[in-house]
Design a protein around this ligand. Structure first.
Ligand SMILES: Nc1ncnc2c1ncn2[C@@H]1O[C@H](COP(=O)(O)OP(=O)(O)OP(=O)(O)O)[C@@H](O)[C@H]1O
Ligand SMILES: [Mg+2]
Length: 384
């Protein structure tokens, strides 16, 4: 069947690093990608066919993007989902469906959906706006307080082990979740297209720095048994199917002390646990995201080698225009791949890019990451 070129006009809500990394797949397929973002020359706006400048909740800006696109997808989920639900009924296709985006935006509703769909997830209770410590004690310590909406990068998550922790609780509408004491956290990227075809990538292990309680690095494939890997892929696919829509999803899972899997949460978009797929897999998460949006056959998710990915974070003590040091040393490391996100300002702790290392041996890749961290610094140009 012949198809006119360009293949499609793809609108992306949000012009961050995820949309920036989608651009090469769009260009290769002659798809015109336009992003919506409030920031002039956003990371994706720098490399896209076009950018509309506007807020991600602004009805007019969202309408303009929809009018200029055949298909619309997401770089992040914190967007005006209600407006999109109305727009989705008019000519434009929005993938994943805005109703799924709205469900996922609210972590409490997301959890209720898993419970209702028979998807294993840690037990939880709602505490709403006026929590009482007696209710927390009755639920059991330790537990985790989570904001219904607006949390990301751990900001809407607070672990409660004592009444002191409770005094420092999140002052927002929240629920409590049982603390999962397993050591291992996995993520599985899943892609589904409208025809129903669904594929999963190899599970990735998210390694958390125990002192900072922040993601340290990710390795693929996860260092767990083949049986557990398969169960994780099956559960991740079942979770995505429960939404009844198409697109690319990152499914975060806990492995309990008993070796059971629990769904933590789902990101309805590209995810950092899929960044290694750019170099390490037959088809990157971004190319498969595009194929899902266009309802084209999905590409193989085969992982060719072991991969390790770590974020490049703005160094402490500096802010301002980004400066990078140690590039010569970094690029002498074998099979290292650097991705910079084009952010105009570097602040301490800000995600400025990522590194992926490819090889055949986990320990060797961890050594390469250590030597990269010893040489490479990304920081603002002005001491704070
Ligand atoms: N019930 C739990 N038991 C133990 N640890 C938990 C629990 N819930 C969350 N955590 C820890 O907190 C981290 C962040 O939680 P979660 O993924 O729910 O929040 P988030 O703000 O969406 O984070 P991110 O954007 O990093 O994915 C988890 O990766 C995990 O390490
Ligand atoms: Mg998470």
């Amino acid at each position: 069947m012949s198809k006119p070129l360009p293949l499609a006009r793809l609108g992306v809500i949000g012009g961050g690093q995820l949309a920036r990394m989608l651009a090469p797949a769009c260009n290769a397929h002659q798809v015109q990608m336009t992003v919506l973002d409030p920031i002039h020359d956003s990371p994706a706006g720098q490399v896209a066919y076009g950018q509309i400048r506007g807020a991600l909740h602004d009805p007019d800006a969202l309408k303009t993007l929809c009018e200029q696109s055949d298909i619309v997808t997401f770089d992040l989920e914190n967007v005006g989902a209600d407006i999109l639900m109305t727009l989705a009924n008019q000519r434009v296709e929005i993938i994943p469906a805005p109703a799924t985006i709205r469900l996922i935006q609210n972590k409490f509703e997301q959890k209720c959906h898993y419970k209702a769909s028979g998807i294993p997830t840690a037990d939880f209770i709602n505490i709403g706006d006026y929590p009482d410590f007696a209710a927390v004690q009755a639920f059991g310590l330790p537990c985790v307080q989570k904001a219904h909406t607006g949390g990301y990068d751990g900001r809407g998550v607070h672990i409660i082990r004592s009444s002191d922790d409770w005094d420092r609780r999140l002052k927002t509408t929240s629920f409590l979740e049982k603390f999962v004491s397993g050591e291992t956290e996995l993520a599985v990227m899943v892609v589904r297209r409208a025809s129903g075809e669904i594929v999963a990538y190899d599970p990735v292990e998210m390694v958390v720095d125990p002192t900072l309680n922040l993601l340290d690095y990710l390795v693929a494939p996860a260092r767990v048994s083949d049986a557990l890997k398969l169960s994780a892929q099956e559960l991740a696919k079942r979770t995505v199917e429960s939404f009844g829509t198409s697109g690319l999803f990152g499914v975060e899972l806990f492995v309990t002390d008993h070796g059971d899997l629990l769904v933590n949460e789902v990101a309805p978009r590209a995810h950092n646990s899929g960044h290694h797929t750019i170099e390490a897999c037959t088809t990157s998460q971004f190319e498969n995201q595009l194929r899902a949006c266009l309802d084209l056959p999905l590409g193989s998710t085969e992982l060719r080698d072991i991969a390790l990915t770590a974020n490049l974070i703005g160094a402490p003590g500096f802010a301002g225009s980004p400066v990078i040091e140690g590039l010569d040393e970094l690029l002498q490391i074998p099979d290292v791949h650097m991705h910079l996100y084009g952010k105009e300002e570097c602040r301490p702790g800000r995600k400025m890019g990522h590194l992926t290392f490819i090889g055949q041996n986990y320990d060797e890749l961890i050594k390469r990451l250590e030597s990269a961290r010893n040489s490479l610094v990304i920081r603002g140009d002005t001491p704070q």
